[in-house]
Structures are given as C-alpha cells and as structure tokens.
Design a protein around this ligand. Structure first.
Ligand SMILES: [Zn+2]
Length: 276
C-alpha cells in the first residue's frame, strides 16, 4: 500500500500536463543527447540524477566535433549508464579547413572501439543553402559513412530538409539511425523497410508533423531521444528526463501503454547499438 502511495506521489510530481495521475516508467533510454554541452556545466550531475530518478537507465551522448567527441568519450568512461557515439555534424564543419576535418575523422576512427556508433553526421539543407557548401557536407559525410562501414558500427544520421538525399547515400549500410527524424512519411517508410531506425525527439510533443510520424512509425523501428539541451517539450533547456514526455505522448498516439513504448524503444536502442 505504501509502495502504491509513493508511486502515486512520484507520478503526480513528474510532469503532469493533463492533470491525470501518471505512473512512473522504468528502463527508458534517451538515445541521443549532448550532456557534455556547456548548458550543463553548472548542474550536469543533477541533470543525470534527475533522469535516472525518472526511470532513464541509459543516455547515449553524441559528439559533433573534436572537443565534443572527447567529452563524450570521457562521460562514457566515467558513467556506466552513458554510451558515446563519435561524429562530425554538418553544422560543425563551417570554418574548418581540410586538415582540421581530417583530424576529427582520425579521432573518430581511432577511438571507435570505445563508442557504440558513428555520428552524428549527415546533411543539413536547412542551415546550409548554397550548392558548394552542400557539396562539401556530402564529401565529408561520405568519409564518415566509410568509417562506419569499415568498422561495422551503426551510423547516426543528422538530416534536416535532406532526409532522402541522406538515405540515398547510406543504402549500402545495414545499421543506420535517423536521429531526430523530421522528414516525409515515404522516406521514413523506405528507411524502415531497409531495417533502419527512426529516432523521434521530444519536439514530437509540440509538432503536428512529428505526431503524424509517430502514428505511422513501426514500434519495432522506433527510438526516442531528447537531443538535450535542444528541442525541449517544455520551457527552456531540454534534459534527458523529458524523454518520458515523448514516451507518454507516443503511447497515447499509438494506443499503447507507456511502459510498452518505453520497453520496446529501449530494446531497439540496445539492439542497434549492441548494448547489453
Ligand atoms: Zn544532436
């Protein structure tokens, strides 16, 4: 009885936007976040603790350039509930010359044994409009793809307004995750049919388009993520605990129990990243 009361109390204190009682969830995985970013410098430990209290058992921290790759590796070394992926984001290449790019690619390759995946990397046509810059993005993305392929590690794709071109570049790979997928339904279906994973971020909580994606994505190919500190479903900075908002909403959209969505997305995440 006391256990039930405690659970009820926990449920009511945890983000309850509808005013109903919400049961706590367990075994949730935030499949993509950036806990190393400076937004967390003042309270990183507290943010991780908050997530763990909410039922998040693992957070996958993704690097986007040299220093964030280093910090991701360090976090994974220091916390057994954090895994790292090493990447080179299309939004991190501006202003970097070829030797600097090569240094990051070498870093990814030589530290990959301590990572669960390669990325984020990809194409961002939203932020990059001119053709030469888009070409350079594609050239660099090709090199990251080659690393993922040669090491047989999953590739984490960042694609914005460029989901189909990104998909077209990776079709020879077996293990692919579309992080923060925001593209069309047909491209999503094609990715899914190839056995790739679709990761929906917490912006699903405030985007009709993402809610349509959530309705249509197969639960067997779905991951959930916060992309913290970005894309908060609430006000201000996002943090991994908020992934529960997505799990609850996706469950409602799909007519499932939240715990089922939590468990299946965690199983999918462990499968693609080979986490035991
Ligand atoms: Zn990210």
């Amino acid at each position: 009885m006391i256990g039930d009361v405690q659970r009820y109390m926990q449920g009511t204190t945890q983000g309850n936007m509808q005013g109903n009682v919400q049961m706590t969830l367990s075994g949730v995985i935030d499949s993509h976040c950036h806990l190393d970013f400076k937004h967390f410098n003042k309270d990183r430990e507290a943010v991780m603790e908050n997530a763990r209290k909410a039922g998040v058992v693992r957070m996958i921290n993704s690097g986007v350039d040299y220093s964030t790759n280093s910090k991701s590796l360090e976090l994974a070394k220091n916390y057994d509930f954090i895994s790292a992926t090493l990447g080179l984001s299309p939004n991190s290449i501006d202003g970097k010359n070829d030797p600097e790019i090569k240094m990051i690619l070498d870093q990814i390759e030589s530290n990959a044994s301590q990572a669960v995946g390669i990325g984020e990397a990809g194409l961002d046509y939203y932020h990059t409009k001119d053709a030469p810059s888009r070409e350079r993005q594609a050239e660099i993305f090709k090199k990251v793809i080659a690393i993922a392929e040669s090491l047989n590690l999953p590739l984490v794709i960042h694609s914005r307004d460029a989901e189909q071109p990104a998909l077209d570049m990776v079709k020879h790979l077996d293990k692919v995750v579309f992080h923060c997928y925001s593209g069309t339904l047909p491209t999503m279906k094609e990715a899914q049919d190839r056995g790739y994973y679709i990761s929906l971020a917490t912006n699903v909580c405030r985007s009709g388009h993402h809610q349509i994606l959530a309705r249509n994505v197969s639960l067997d190919h779905l991951l959930v993520e916060t992309d913290s500190p970005f894309l908060s479903p609430r006000k201000g900075r996002n943090e991994p605990a908020n992934v529960l908002d997505s799990v609850r909403l996706i469950a409602r959209i799909k007519g499932l129990e939240p715990q089922e969505v939590a468990a299946q997305t965690a199983t999918n995440t462990k499968r693609i990243y080979n986490i035991r």
